[in-house]
Design a protein around this ligand. Structure first.
Ligand SMILES: Cc1cc2nc3c(=O)[nH]c(=O)nc-3n(C[C@H](O)[C@H](O)[C@H](O)COP(=O)(O)O)c2cc1C
Ligand SMILES: C=C(O[C@@H]1CC(C(=O)O)=C[C@@H](OP(=O)(O)O)[C@H]1O)C(=O)O
Length: 386
């Protein structure tokens, strides 16, 4: 089974991920991982921390001469901010006498529930891991998954479809072109006319001490029939995608294909009719299902959207209560993102790539790239003959 674990605090020395279950002989490029890490750090609306960090991965195991060994792969990303936190985040010793203990929970963050659950008097012990800093490790593991998928011509793209109240609107072209335009945009939108409006909105919201969320879409092309299964809920490709996307900080909703809109339409305007031709085999003219029927990929592009709530740390804070004094307070904020939806889209791509790779290996085997390729080619032939 392909699986991963991540570890690391936001202001600790480093973030670590271990991937287990990758096939042997698969190319892994550090440069490609670093490129994905760089993409996650972009996007208008981010705060001061992104000027400190320049995320770079180090591979500590499982790869030799650029190829996997079939053994666990360790990925490490250093926190450059660590040097500013060494006393406050020391691994050993006593807390410094002047340590500022965090006792003021922010609505919308893990602060209150986390400090009660883990019996922490210092909310820093909660927020350090609840923070989305560790989405860097998700992008790193997702980038490795992507490199496996690329071997089979499977590609993952994303763009922002809504940001706060602004709908990007219909965007023209094939997904590759849409994603290429989004890649050039400071807010990952494929409609350049909307970019300025969105940037102005983020500036205004920042000035007001407020924050914004957004909705991003991830599309995967080249996915063969047969990933996932209807046989058990946890094997359904859609349930896996929804769970994985919901695992990203601040994601509050996931839609596959038409998603919530499917519930508002009659069946004739939802389901994708089936056609057959000698050249194409079975094909569809629509993709309301978003590439998944009965929990199984149906050969169409996978289309999934996720909704991110606004950032909880506000420069003009919401009302809360100091957990030590029980008094109402309005906290002062050091720094925060105002909008991180474009970054979340890159994390979304990564985690979607991970789920597709996991389901791909489940279908075609785990041990070596050559064996997987033979199984894949055989299955594709079987499908083309039906
Ligand atoms: C890429 C990214 C960046 C984020 N940046 C911040 C931030 O700067 N400040 C903040 O309060 N929350 C930020 N968040 C959101 C919080 O991490 C998140 O709301 C919090 O962990 C609570 O989890 P929940 O929203 O899933 O309930 C960010 C989320 C993502 C995905
Ligand atoms: C560090 C990252 O995002 C952080 C996510 C985050 C949060 O509360 O989730 C809070 C901020 O961290 P800090 O308190 O250090 O400014 C963001 O910068 C990152 O994306 O790499």
């Amino acid at each position: 089974m392909l699986r991963y674990l991540t570890a690391g605090e936001s202001h600790g020395p480093q973030l670590t991920a271990i991937i287990e279950g990758l096939p042997a002989n698969m190319p892994v490029s550090v440069e490609k991982i670093n490129h994905q890490l760089w993409r996650r750090q972009q996007g208008f609306g981010r705060g001061g921390r992104m000027r400190i960090e320049t995320d770079q991965v180090q591979i500590g195991s499982g790869v030799r001469f650029g190829k996997t060994l079939g053994t666990p792969v360790t990925l490490v990303v250093d926190n450059r901010d660590w040097k500013n936190w060494q006393q406050r985040m020391a691994i050993e010793g006593e807390p410094p006498a002047d340590l500022e203990v965090v006792t003021k929970p922010r609505p919308g963050h893990a602060d209150l529930a986390g400090s009660l659950k883990y019996n922490q008097q210092d909310i820093r012990n909660v927020l350090e891991r609840a923070s989305a800093r560790n989405t860097a490790t998700l992008v790193a593991i997702g980038s490795v998954a992507r490199q496996l998928l690329e071997e089979f011509n499977i590609h993952v793209y994303s763009h922002i479809v809504e940001l706060g109240p602004i709908k990007v609107g219909p965007v023209e072209g094939a997904i590759e072109e849409i994603a290429a335009r989004a890649e050039q945009s400071q807010v990952r939108v494929a409609n350049p006319e909307k970019e300025e409006e969105i940037i102005e909105l983020i500036k205004k919201v920042r000035k007001e001490g407020n924050s914004l969320g957004g909705i991003f879409e991830v599309v995967v092309t080249g996915v063969p029939y047969g990933l996932g299964s209807y046989s058990m809920p946890d094997r359904k490709l859609d349930s896996r995608l929804a769970g994985a996307l919901m695992g990203i900080q601040a994601i509050k909703g996931v839609e596959i294909g038409l998603g919530f809109d499917a519930a508002r339409r009659p069946g004739s305007e939802v389901h994708d009719e089936i056609f057959y031709s000698q050249e194409q085999g079975y094909y569809r003219e629509t993709n309301g299902a978003g590439g998944i029927e009965g929990g199984i990929s149906n050969g169409q592009p996978i289309v999934v959207r996720a909704a991110m709530k606004p950032i909880p740390t506000l420069y003009k804070p919401l009302r809360s209560v100091d957990m030590e004094t029980k008094e109402a307070y309005e906290a002062s904020i050091e720094r925060s993102d105002v909008c991180a939806a474009p970054a979340a889209a890159v994390v979304g791509e990564a985690i979607v790539a991970w789920v597709i790779a996991l389901s791909f290996l489940e279908k075609f085997g785990w041990d070596s790239l050559e064996e997987i390729r033979a199984n894949y080619n055989n299955f594709m032939k079987m499908v083309s003959e039906r």
